[in-house]
Structure formats: structure tokens, C-alpha cells
Design a protein around this ligand. Structure first.
Ligand SMILES: NC(=O)c1ccc[n+]([C@@H]2O[C@H](COP(=O)([O-])OP(=O)(O)OC[C@H]3O[C@@H](n4cnc5c(N)ncnc54)[C@H](OP(=O)(O)O)[C@@H]3O)[C@@H](O)[C@H]2O)c1
Length: 278
């Protein structure tokens, strides 16, 4: 199946492909191979970060794919220990040098850091955009109050808040806030780091529809207005499977049943430096 039909999400001037490849933990040759395979399959959105230490092989994969640079949407992120303005701008420069792809499409603050005034980091973020290093800017792991503050203070529009989102984690409040601000919600760990494919309800709906559990879980996310997904896989066949979710729709009743899987312990990414979650 051709994946050319992947829609984009309009987000304060950006058009973010609703499906992208996550690359956390993909290293060296595997990162290069998966990125270039994904692009050859028709995927047009790649997610990396300074912290993943794979920007060089990711950049190689982009070039090896033969897909023209302007057709690919590339995101990177600056780590929370580098949010002081001078460090931030140096990190953005280093991301671009490692990727070696001319410009970033989206640069995110990877996690908030209360030790650095948010206004200072936002000024550095806006400067990176104005210098042409990144076409668009945004945040990640920002709960509602911090997102509201960032939108109010940033001199450039924010295109995205990248946060954990899958059926086990209720993000309805944060999604409403993103929509209010015209910001896309990019769902990370959209497969609940692999757990969701073992969920009996998701498996049951998958059998009924002749799809895979991964496709059902990802379809549930992208069927919500303003949501993009960036699942990771180290297997080309799974990347194809995961991206093939734009030729069917879940019924309202199926959407509601999957939403009811949300549970209080459904957040799986919460390191020591996490903000006060919603
Ligand atoms: N901003 C942040 O703070 C942040 C935090 C976490 C993640 N992220 C981003 O979000 C991306 C995705 O999240 P994630 O990597 O945490 O987890 P994920 O995408 O939810 O799950 C990845 C896991 O699921 C497996 N998998 C993939 N497709 C599958 C399928 N169709 N059926 C069964 N298993 C499947 C993968 O194994 P195989 O490799 O064997 O296929 C891998 O173990 C990351 O790679 C990263 O780019 C951002």
C-alpha cells in the first residue's frame, strides 16, 4: 500500500505529518536503516533528539533514502539541562551540525526545567527560529499551565506539544488546551512502549476489523483532531504496518470503548525531572 496519503496537521503555520517515525533507542546502523526505509515507504516525518545520540545516523538515513530534503519533516529536541539561553543555542547548532540537513523543521524544548526562567528559554527558542535553524518551534512534556504560559510568552508561535498519549493515559484536558492554542499534540509512546498490542479489547477490535492491534491503537489517536503519532520500530515491516492507518476509521462506539481503557497508573514515562502532571 502506498503511504502517500498520510494527512498533515495544521499547527500555527506548520503542517505536521500525522504519522512519523520515533527513533529513541535506535542507534547507529539501525537508526540509519529504519529512517531510510521509512522514508522509502512514504513516511515523511522523523522524530529525534539531542538526547537520543543518534542525530548523525538519522541524518545519514535521510540522505540515503533519496527523498528530497524539502519533503521530509524533521524534529529534534534540546535536553532540559541545556535550557539556559547560551547552552540552548549551542545545542540547536549541534543538532543541525550532526543531522547535516540544512535546517530543522521543528525544534522542541524536550522537558521543562524550573531552574531556568521559562521566558529566557523561550527567547532562545524564538531566536533559533528567526535565525533560520528551525522552521517551527514547540515544546514537549508541558502540562496545561506551562503550555498556557509558554504560548503567552513566546515571541514565535508554538506548533507542537509532544507528550505521552495512548489509550491508558487520559490526556483530554491537555488535548483541549492544545486545540485552544492551535498547537498540535504529538503523541509519544503511542503504543504505550509496546504494551497496548497485548490489550484484549484492542486485540478484539483488531480481529473484528482485520487489522493489527498496533494499527487500532494508532488509529484511535490520529482519529482525534490535532493528534499526530510517532511510534518507534526497529523493523521495516512494522513501520509499514504502523503507518497504514489512514484508510479506515473506527466507529464512535469503538473510540469510546478504547478511551475507557484510561487508568490512574497509565503513565509510563515520568523521570525524576518530570513537571507536575495534569
Ligand atoms: N518527548 C519525549 O520526552 C519522548 C519520550 C518518549 C518517546 N518519545 C518519542 O516517541 C517515540 C515513540 O515512543 P517509544 O519509543 O517510547 O514507544 P512506542 O512507539 O510506544 O513503542 C515502541 C515499542 O513498540 C514495539 N512496536 C512497534 N510497533 C509495533 C507493532 N506494530 N506491534 C508490536 N510492537 C510494536 C517496538 O519494538 P520493535 O522495535 O521490535 O518493533 C518498541 O519496543 C520515541 O521513539 C521518541 O521518538 C519522546
Amino acid at each position: 500500500m502506498s503511504l502517500n496519503q498520510i494527512p498533515t496537521i495544521p499547527a500555527n503555520g506548520a503542517d505536521i505529518p500525522a504519522f512519523g517515525l520515533g527513533t529513541w533507542e535506535l542507534r547507529e546502523e539501525v537508526a540509519t536503516q529504519m529512517v531510510s526505509e521509512a522514508l522509502r515507504l512514504g513516511v515523511r516525518h522523523i522524530d529525534t533528539a539531542r538526547r537520543y545520540a543518534n542525530e548523525k545516523p538519522v541524518g545519514e538515513g535521510i540522505r540515503a533514502s533519496g527523498v528530497p530534503r524539502e519533503q521530509v519533516f524533521v524534529t529534534s529536541k534540546v535536553w532540559w539541562e541545556d535550557l539556559e539561553p547560551a547552552r540552548f543555542e549551542a545545542a540547536a547548532d549541534a543538532a543541525l551540525a550532526d543531522l547535516d540537513i540544512g535546517h530543522l523543521d521543528l525544534l522542541l524544548i524536550h522537558w521543562p526545567n524550573p531552574a531556568v526562567p521559562l521566558a529566557d528559554t523561550l527567547r532562545a527558542l524564538a531566536a533559533v527560529k528567526r535565525k533560520g535553524l528551525a522552521r517551527h518551534v514547540g515544546v514537549a512534556n508541558f502540562p496545561v499551565a506551562l503550555l498556557d504560559e509558554a504560548v503567552a510568552r513566546c515571541e514565535e508561535p508554538l506548533a507542537c506539544n509532544q507528550v505521552e498519549f495512548h489509550p491508558y493515559l487520559d490526556q483530554s484536558g491537555l488535548l483541549a488546551a492544545c486545540r485552544r492554542h492551535g498547537v498540535a499534540l504529538t503523541a509519544y509512546s503511542p503504543l504505550a512502549i509496546g504494551r497496548i498490542v497485548k490489550e484484549p479489547l484492542v486485540a478484539e477490535i483488531a480481529v473484528a476489523r482485520g487489522r493489527t492491534p498496533g494499527q487500532i491503537a494508532l488509529r484511535w489517536l490520529v482519529q482525534q483532531d490535532g493528534v499526530a503519532v510517532i511510534p518507534r520500530s526497529s523493523k521495516a515491516e512494522r513501520i509499514r504496518e504502523n503507518a497504514s492507518i489512514f484508510d479506515f476509521a473506527l466507529a464512535e462506539e469503538e473510540m469510546a470503548r478504547i478511551k475507557a481503557l484510561a487508568r490512574p497508573d497509565g503513565r509510563f514515562v515520568s523521570p525524576a525531572w518530570h513537571p507536575d502532571w495534569d
